[in-house]
Write a protein that binds this ligand. Structure first.
Ligand SMILES: [Fe+2]
Length: 215
């Protein structure tokens, strides 16, 4: 039988359990919709991802980047919340179909998230391309209409310029690391290759806007 050495994570989990808090992967459901503004979004992340997990670091990095972008370009808080929550579909509590954008949006819908928020999460970073690979494009579009382009592009920009560990990176570095991580015939690699020209266009467009705004 496999045994696990007690770790920092184990002790954190034990402390949370002792305080009556749920274990990671078990969100605190209430009777009213969750508050999913930027602070509520960050709280949910810490409930669903273990401390030190790459997904947590990446999500926080994307959220921080969105805070900067929202400040510079005068965008609403919705962008920041969506950025913190965009990869929530990778959490054990949310993962279902394997298309993390769809799983995340469905999960947030169960928490009472607005259609604007679920739409952004559902469609970020060329979701429709991977959805088509998985045969889920019809379900994705039927359940979550594509949101207006501007916020979606800004969210995608934040995701595509933040590494898996949450550091700011160029879009070249981001693609390089994705292709290093997944073999060429992997569904994620294939989807990213297909989506790459469009994603690069989005990133360079937003970079120009940010440069103009920052003077
Ligand atoms: Fe992401």
């Amino acid at each position: 039988m496999q045994t696990r050495t007690p770790s920092l994570t184990t002790s954190v989990v034990a402390r949370r359990a002792a305080r009556g808090r749920p274990l990671y992967g078990e969100p605190m459901h209430g009777t009213t919709p969750r508050e999913l503004g930027p602070a509520g979004a960050q709280a949910l992340l810490t409930e669903l991802f273990e401390p030190g997990a790459d997904r947590l670091a990446h999500s926080i990095g994307v959220g921080r980047r969105a805070e900067h972008v929202a400040r510079v370009l005068g965008q609403p808080e919705l962008l920041v919340s969506a950025a913190y929550l965009h990869d929530i579909g990778y959490a054990a509590a949310a993962c279902d179909t394997g298309l993390h954008q769809l799983d995340g949006a469905r999960y947030l819908r169960t928490l009472g998230a607005s259609g604007e928020l679920t739409g952004l999460v559902a469609h970020h970073t060329a979701a429709t391309v991977e959805a088509a690979e998985r045969g889920l494009d019809v379900a994705l579009r039927r359940e979550f209409p594509t949101p207006p382009g501007e916020l979606l592009d800004l969210l995608t920009y934040c995701d595509m310029t933040t590494s898996a560990r949450g550091e700011a990176v160029t879009v070249d570095e981001r693609f390089e690391r994705i292709y290093d991580r997944y073999p060429p015939d992997h569904l994620v690699s294939r989807s990213m290759q297909h989506a790459e020209p469009g994603l690069r266009r989005i990133v360079s467009g937003i970079e120009r806007r940010l440069e103009r705004s920052l003077g």
